[in-house]
Design a protein around this ligand. Sequence first.
Ligand code: UGA
Length: 448
Amino acid sequence: MRLTVIGTGYLGATHAICMAVMGHEVLGVDVDTSKIEKLASGQVPFFEPGLPELLTKALDSGRLRFTTSFAEAGDFGDVHFICVGTPQQADSEAADLTYVDAAVTVLAPYLRRRALVVGKSTVPVGTAARLAGMLRELAPAGNGAELAWNPEFLREGFAVDDTMRPDRLVFGVTSAWAEERLRDAFEPVLAQDVPVKVTDLQTAELVKVAANSFLATKISYINAMAEICEATGADVHDLAEALAYDDRIGGRFLRPGLGFGGGCLPKDIRAFAYRAEELGVGQAVGFLREIDGINRRRRARTVDLVVEICGGDVAGKRVAALGAAFKPNSDDIRDAPALDVAERLRAAGATVVVYDPAALESARRAHPDLEYSTSALDAARGADVVVLLTEWNEFREIAPSAMAAVVRHRKIVDGRHALDPAGWRSAGWEYRALGRPTVAPLEKEHRR
Ligand code: UGA
């Protein structure tokens, strides 16, 4: 099949590369010439494990090409995937649909024969129906230019696996022909018995925001429990583990700590709440504002904990911040809790030295006032306090004794519950984590 993928950011580049590896002829399209040049020369413009190797494979097969020409895309493709971003609007909580609208508006005049345009971007419910109308109006093919919705559930850091072997596929369609085209496009995925849900456009749009809202709710739920633990001396880590044994609850996305960030969950729950209000059903998802509130409080509370462990003031203190990316195995710093905390500590008068295995360059560009180091131990040299903000494996493997040898004070705040408190405490560290008692429960027992 001849496919085009419009927008070669995280989602689009991964989709284009994987579709070519799975045997389709693929044309990646973007308005950003430098991105297109990089991809065409075999470089993935962001950090994603496994993707560079697949890009090389796809380019070598001759089935993957890149262009900035929408005319070429219209000519080439039978199915066009829209993978452009839908960030939060600068002055409201609504999604900014500029790029989605532009992709359809610019592509449509080049659709001269029957073609399927498939939205993958995360959009407010009702967008697809509006875009379908725009397509019919602007495409020379008229009703032959059809719209479908196929939301994407890939996670950064696992993008290749999530694309090649997703949990499920969702096809929002308005005709049997559109469903057939999608089944053809995803044939190699469907051949692995991946379940597919065929539905209407609006349900397909909703599946995505409902899924991300549920995930955000789960994270904020356990972080709300952490607040209760903090007030009672209970241990949220043990609580989460005990809850996870119940299959109905499950342990995934129940990791307490600094909370969620990134380019998806925060803006998606806000856009969903905004859209629901527009539709007159804001009350139904009013709890999402609470979920957002709990999540924001985690950042402030982490700063408080650092201040507390420093004796009530961080002014003039040296803080080693381990992590900048919004999560491990990613160089994405969009709405990164780690950098938010680092900035707040700097604003409170601390000297903050940041280290991240992948996101240093982008962090340095976005936060030039922070200081940067090229290793965790280097960042910790002379530190009054170490704060773990992104749970990279590299940080879990640090020997408490090795870090003790370089810091000024053995104080650590584990913002991600990534370290073993007993190991750090026995090496002489004062270990603190949100929602965990200052002294381990067993030690408390022994003291009685
Ligand atoms: C999220 C969804 O998980 C994907 O299914 C979805 O496709 C994607 O958004 C999207 O809409 O494009 P992603 O943003 O890559 O994926 O990251 P997640 O793995 O969901 O993590 C989000 C944030 O939650 C991170 O900051 C992570 O540290 C935090 N998190 C996650 C927790 O604080 N606790 C947990 O238990 C899990």
